[in-house]
Design a protein around this ligand. Structure first.
Ligand SMILES: Nc1ncnc2c1ncn2[C@@H]1O[C@H](COP(=O)(O)OP(=O)(O)O)[C@@H](O)[C@H]1O
Ligand SMILES: [Mg+2]
Length: 377
């Protein structure tokens, strides 16, 4: 048995009669007090209800002996002890066994025979509560570890996905677009060399198709990963995206950039805000039937804030947590990405009253989970 220090002695005074209500109140006291002492270790005892130190000091000694010398046994304080040891009341003491040893003592004052069942009951109760606390702590720890692992994996997935998009986008731009441009030029030259009008028309039709394909490829490359975001940063990429969006969907859009110039932020912050802007504006085009959209991007001391507001039909935000919420992947995705950067994400929407999405990202790095993010950029 390792050396144990008893820091508190637990005493509960009882009446001489066996009162069932007493047992209940004993249990209640133990439960209430134990909640304050959930983090019990082998070096600390349990406070349950203690009288003044002087009054318990002698029993303290006896209990300390019980804690340091094995095997642990219950012990009682008799009438003899009571008269011999000043301030000590008769009682019965039971060790609280937990883990590898004894972590405290339950002492009940009264005639030893009467006090014994209560002391044993209280000790059993404390032991059960300690077990349950330990189990719960273990579960909480396991859950936390799992959540951390999930964030790390999510981080990794996002980084790899972004890197892949960047690669494909570059390839579309550098290879496919160049090849299409050569085809377009070649077809124009060819059209000038054929004799028949019919053939020339066919070649020009093909050229128009190639021009259209080039536009599509360009659009796809920008959607995948705008080079502007990497080259000139968030503000420039946002301005460009909004300009194209407004033209494509014919929705009037106001952009306010406050307290921001063309400064650069960490790549993961820039790409996260850009992806949220993309998703939120796509949602507006898909679901909102809005006639006015306002986007605000601002820096406020230690954080970047993005607000996307529309005057469309809105929606009941309960759908996000209710049954079938796994279909709201766009919004959940925004949420997850923000959480990885220790940011805040709010949706304020009601049917018929438009939608406001607010995102706040701290500029300083916070979590362990963030450490791997952005490496792939
Ligand atoms: N700006 C908006 N206006 C109205 N409804 C919206 C808006 N944004 C999202 N919603 C609603 O929230 C749902 C979930 O959005 P999302 O998670 O992006 O999934 P998805 O776009 O694939 O349906 C949408 O189906 C739509 O009903
Ligand atoms: Mg969506």
């Amino acid at each position: 048995m390792p050396q144990q220090k008893i820091t508190h002695l637990c005493l509960v005074k009882i009446t001489m009669e066996l009162d069932p209500r007493f047992a209940q109140s004993l249990v209640d006291i133990v439960a209430a007090e134990l909640n304050k002492n959930v983090n019990i270790t082998n070096n600390h005892g349990v406070i349950i209800a203690s009288f003044s130190k002087e009054r318990v000091s002698h029993i303290h000694e006896a209990a300390a002996r019980m804690l340091t010398s094995g095997p642990i046994r219950e012990f009682s304080v008799t009438t003899n002890d009571e008269s011999r040891l000043k301030g000590v009341r008769q009682g019965f003491n039971v060790p609280i066994m937990f883990g590898d040893g004894c972590v405290g003592v339950i002492g009940v004052t009264g005639v030893p025979d009467t006090a014994a069942p209560y002391a044993r009951l209280a000790a059993k109760f404390v032991e059960a509560a300690l077990e349950s606390n330990a189990r719960q702590e273990k579960l909480v720890r396991a859950l936390k570890e799992k959540e951390e692992l999930q964030s790390i994996l999510l981080n990794k997935i996002i980084s790899v996905q972004e890197e892949e998009r960047k690669k494909i986008s570059r390839e579309l731009h550098d290879e496919t677009s160049q090849a299409l441009t050569s085809i377009i030029v070649g077809l124009r030259v060819l059209s000038e060399h054929v004799q028949s009008e019919g053939e020339r028309e066919k070649i020009l039709e093909m050229r128009d198709l190639a021009v259209k394909t080039l536009e599509d490829v360009h659009h796809l490359a920008v959607q995948l990963r705008p080079a502007l975001l990497d080259d000139l940063g968030l503000v420039a990429a946002t301005q460009k995206y909004i300009e194209n969006y407004s033209r494509q969907y014919n929705i009037p859009l106001e952009l306010n950039v406050l307290n921001l110039s063309r400064e650069r932020f960490r790549p993961e912050i820039e790409i996260t805000l850009y992806r949220i802007l993309q998703e939120a504006l796509t949602n507006i085009a898909k679901h909102a039937s809005a006639t006015q959209v306002m986007v605000t991007l601002k820096k406020q001391r230690t954080k970047l804030i993005l607000i996307i507001k529309d005057n469309g039909m809105g929606f009941n935000a309960d759908i996000l947590s209710g049954v079938g919420s796994d279909t709201c992947l766009g919004i959940h995705g925004m949420h997850e990405r923000i959480a990885l950067l220790s940011g805040e994400f709010y949706i304020d929407s009601a049917e018929g009253e438009g939608t406001v999405i607010t995102v706040e990202i701290p500029l300083k790095r916070h979590k362990k989970a963030e450490s791997g993010l952005g490496q792939a950029h």
